[in-house]
Design a protein around this ligand. Structure first.
Ligand code: GLN
Length: 544
């Protein structure tokens, strides 16, 4: 079968869930037995998301092969269970870089190299190459931004050209938004009409409109969108707000979206298989009990909304583990600087059933985080440290258990007397050259779990692969001494001789990892460490 291509394009405004929509379409078609591949096109000149501040652009999602990508790739993985690689992520920067390099290598045979068609051609080449490599039947490509923007024009141009080349194998889905202005009190279709026209002026006619709105679309508005946007009424799909993102594919299927797409492609229509997904949602809706989880980090700059975007995989991993434990998690973001300003306020941590310290960079707020880790350790509050969380837990142990009073990471204090967390030799050279892009220890690395440890018990296997994104490491000069003082090293990378997981035996749950387990959590397969944390949170004695 020839590969089919679906372009998902946004209209009206951003943040209406284009990534979740793309992931949901992938999930539906996959559940009907088709092999899918999901690609995100980002309009930035950045080669990858690794150099972008998460508070600006959301979490940097790390693929198996170490690609630092847009957070949407995380949604794709969580919905389809297919691990992402660099083939799933295209940026304007990558495209221009390749075209310019090719020109320098005389690969254009003396022709002048032009923005059109050479840039769209390179986009098309990549989309086709990724599909061929992954042997997919249906490739779904999400174009970042919204139609009408200058920045994503060349991606739209690529989509248009692909349709011209294979009209039967390419369709376009416009994900639009229908506002309900408070004063007016009714849902307005006009912005979507404009979006559909903008798309027309890029040479593209939407085949489907997914109408995002607070509520369901009524017949009248479906008719209106159909007539004015030139889309069959049946192909105008209602996409109302839902409580859980995992409901989106099920909602789409209520309108038979999957088979409508298959019909459009002339492919065999099939029954979906979303039963386990449906059960999960029913289960998550019926939970009555709640656990209180504190996420402690440095000053979370731009308010709740952006904050949750910056740690989306951590949040989703907590949810997955909670669903399976029949519990609802209530998350509280705690700015660690609070503890630096008023150390007495640390006692408030007693109100939580578990504490998570997620990944991070820089020195800001780290003393407050270290105090919080100390409190968790001393008061047996279930604790999970992720990457920086593991490094700071090591510093806490060094200072307060092993007696190295001023121990630190050289990231925080380059002149520390006891650099218990330090740069690897290779990283030193990289940083000297200011070579920051894609040079961290990235992607999957193996880790061997040590017998009789909590990590070994939770994973229930000896060898694991987990994703990484860091420059600094546990300093092995302190390894034996810390072990003697009671630190459990429960995971190591034998090839590079690196500490990957630490534990404190006396505590019910005190585990910290140099890697990011959150990237491997799936709704139906919660990550064992998050599962263990939530289990420990449920079993935490009141006010221990
Ligand atoms: N800043 C730390 C390092 O680079 C931790 C990174 C992280 O938490 N992802 O090693």
């Amino acid at each position: 079968m020839e590969t089919k291509y679906i372009f998902v394009i946004g209209g009206v405004m951003s943040s209406v869930g284009k990534g979740i929509t793309t992931a949901s379409i992938g999930k539906i078609l996959q559940s009907k037995g088709y092999k899918v591949c999901l690609i995100k096109c980002d309009m930035y000149i950045n080669i990858d998301a690794g150099t972008i501040r998460p508070t600006e652009h959301g979490e940097v999602f790390v693929g198996e092969d170490g690609i630092e990508a847009d957070q949407d790739l995380g949604n794709y993985e969580r919905f389809t269970g297919i691990a992402s690689t660099r083939d799933n992520y295209i940026t304007t920067g990558q495209i221009y870089k390749t075209v310019i390099e090719r020109e320098r290598n005389l690969e254009y045979d003396g022709e002048d190299v032009e923005v059109v068609p050479d840039i769209p051609n390179e986009i098309i080449r990549r989309i086709k190459e990724a599909s061929a490599k992954k042997k997919t039947q249906i490739t779904i490509i999400e174009i970042g931004g919204t139609v009408g923007e200058y920045q994503n024009l060349l991606f739209l141009e690529a989509a248009r050209m692909m349709h011209l080349q294979m009209p039967n194998n390419v369709i376009f889905i416009l994900v639009s938004y229908l506002p309900i202005p408070k004063k007016v009190g009714e849902m307005k279709t006009k912005p979507t009409q404009y979006a559909a026209r903008s798309l027309n002026s890029a040479g593209i006619q939407a085949d489907f409109i997914l109408a995002r709105a607070e509520t369901k679309l009524d017949e009248k508005r479906k008719n209106k969108l159909s007539v004015f946007c030139n889309v069959p009424k049946d192909f105008v799909i209602s996409a109302p707000d839902v409580d859980s993102i995992y409901e989106v594919p099920i909602n789409f299927e209520k309108e038979n979206l999957g088979n409508k797409i298959l019909k459009k492609f002339n492919l065999e229509q099939k029954k979906n298989n979303l039963d386990d997904w449906k059960q999960l949602i029913t289960k998550s809706k019926n939970v009555k009990k709640q656990v209180e989880i504190a996420i402690v980090g440095k000053y979370f700059a731009t308010g709740d909304f952006v904050l949750s975007d910056s740690y989306i995989s951590v949040i989703e991993a907590i949810k997955h583990a909670s669903f399976q434990n029949n519990i609802k998690p209530n998350l509280t973001w705690i700015n660690s600087q609070e503890f630096e300003d008023d150390i007495d306020s640390i006692k408030n941590l007693n109100n939580y059933d578990a504490i998570i310290v997620p990944g991070g960079f820089g020195s800001r707020g780290t003393e407050g985080i270290i105090s919080a880790i100390k409190y968790a350790r001393q008061n047996n509050i279930p604790f999970l440290g992720l990457c920086y969380g593991m490094q700071l837990a090591t510093i806490e142990f060094a200072r307060n258990v092993a007696g190295f009073k001023d121990a630190n990471s050289t990231e925080i204090d380059p002149n520390t007397k006891y650099p218990v967390i330090d740069l690897m030799q290779k990283q030193r050279k990289i940083l000297k050259k200011n070579n920051y892009g894609a040079t961290m220890r990235l992607g999957n690395y193996p880790c061997t779990l040590i017998n009789s440890t909590l990590a070994r018990k939770l994973y229930n296997k000896e060898n694991i692969l987990e994703r990484h994104r860091h420059r600094y490491e546990f300093n092995n000069n302190y390894l034996d001494l810390f072990k003697q003082k009671g630190l459990i090293i429960s995971g190591i990378n034998k090839i590079q001789n690196l500490v990957e997981i630490i534990e404190i035996k006396q505590n019910n749950f005190f585990v910290a990892t140099q890697f990011h387990p959150e990237f491997n959590s799936r709704p139906l397969h919660p990550h064992p460490l998050f599962f263990g944390l939530i289990e420990a949170a449920i079993n935490k004695p009141a006010n221990c």
